[in-house]
Design a protein around this ligand. Structure first.
Ligand code: UT7
Length: 328
């Protein structure tokens, strides 16, 4: 069987209107704009309205991605949504999004790889396109992290935001191609970044609510060190796998968690500032959504053109990590 090439045909994004600035946070917890800016690079983040959820935001992003790809909802064969904040344990968010978009015939499932979710999702879509099983696949990242953020915990509440973005992955007949993807993970680090309550281990009880177990917990400093190591390793691994030299990278889009982590990965790849896309100052860490949101904005701003060598690299809860080499 001759394998086909997969590429990202269209993209879309959606962020909620409400903006929460560092100065707003100064009024909520013992923090300062200066601390958040120097330690993370974040200035503001978007917060979903009461009636917005991962499915409604994901559907908005998906609508734009489908239109941008020159397709109609009926052309979609499969929907993969990456989220750690699904509307509910089930039905899955992809099914809910399909319903909003009026898609009746597509396969629907979610994956959970935290901040690495978009690249994990792309890896699955790529395989289905390569074999010819499906023609057009929606890979959606949608996160409403504000609902699982402990707004009394300054260690975490200054970091996260809400956003969604989507990509249509299709068969390529030209130069554009998802060249190679690398995935990794190590569950031994599970308790450095996690949300303990609400699953089969600690189902919701009065005690889990009282003990704030339905919010994200992070040991920031320890997570930081592993993030730097694994993101740098993943970036180098994908260059080797795809046979791309550091000097041939046109744009790096790293997971947007912390400016200092991004700068260290940039140093590893010996890239100048114009070859690294950063927008975390506007959105904070939106988990699986950071990379596709950045991808969308990089294209809009003309920072990424068809034919460019694009590297994606992510790291998140699990721990999970992943990288991708794409000829955009
Ligand atoms: O997306 C998934 C992966 N996530 C990440 O990669 C995030 C990785 N971690 C980080 O980005 C950083 O570790 C943080 C931004 C979370 C924290 O930065 P840090 O430089 O590692 O600070 P720290 O945790 O070592 O804390 C330093 C100090 C502490 O005070 P003491 O013990 O030195 O007196 C904290 O209590 O900063 C204090 N602190 C704050 N101060 C003001 C912690 N949070 C805040 C805050 N405002 N919001």
């Amino acid at each position: 069987m001759k394998l086909k090439q997969a590429y990202i045909k269209g993209i879309g994004m959606y962020v909620p209107k409400k903006v929460l600035t560092n100065h707003d946070l100064e009024k909520m917890v013992d923090t300062s704009d200066e601390w958040i800016t120097t330690r993370t690079g974040i200035k503001e983040r978007h917060i979903a309205a009461k009636n917005e959820t991962s499915s409604t935001m994901g559907a908005e992003a998906a609508k734009e991605a489908i239109k941008n790809a020159g397709l109609k909802p009926k052309d979609i064969d499969l929907i993969i949504t990456n989220t750690i904040t699904p509307d509910m344990p089930f039905p899955n968010t992809s099914a809910l999004i399909a319903n909003i978009l009026g898609i009746k015939k597509a396969g629907v499932f979610d994956i959970e790889a935290a901040c690495s979710g978009f690249i994990y999702g792309l890896s699955i879509a790529k395989q289905y396109i390569r074999t010819g099983e499906y023609k057009n696949i929606l890979v959606i990242s949608s996160e409403v992290l504000s609902r699982v953020t402990d707004w009394e915990d300054r260690n975490t509440c200054v970091l996260f935001g809400d956003a969604a973005a989507a990509a249509v992955v299709s068969e390529s007949s030209g130069k554009s191609e998802i060249i190679s993807i690398y995935l990794g993970g190590d569950g031994a680090y599970g308790d450095l970044l996690y949300l303990p309550g609400g699953g089969s281990l600690h189902p919701a009880t009065e005690a889990t609510v009282k003990n704030r177990m339905h919010y994200m917990k992070m040991k920031g400093n320890e997570t930081f060190k592993v993030a730097v190591t694994k993101m740098s390793e993943s970036a180098l691994t994908i260059l080797e796998k795809a046979n791309i030299k550091k000097s041939d990278v046109d744009l790096l889009i790293p997971h947007q968690a912390n400016m200092r982590i991004i700068k260290m990965v940039q140093k590893t790849l010996e890239l100048s500032d114009d070859k690294v896309y950063i927008n975390l100052q506007k959105y904070g860490n939106t988990s699986a959504a950071t990379i596709p949101v950045a991808l969308y904005e990089a294209v809009q701003e003309g920072r990424l053109k068809r034919g460019d060598n694009l590297i994606l690299v992510a790291f998140g809860g699990g721990f999970t990590w992943a990288s991708a080499a794409i000829r955009w």
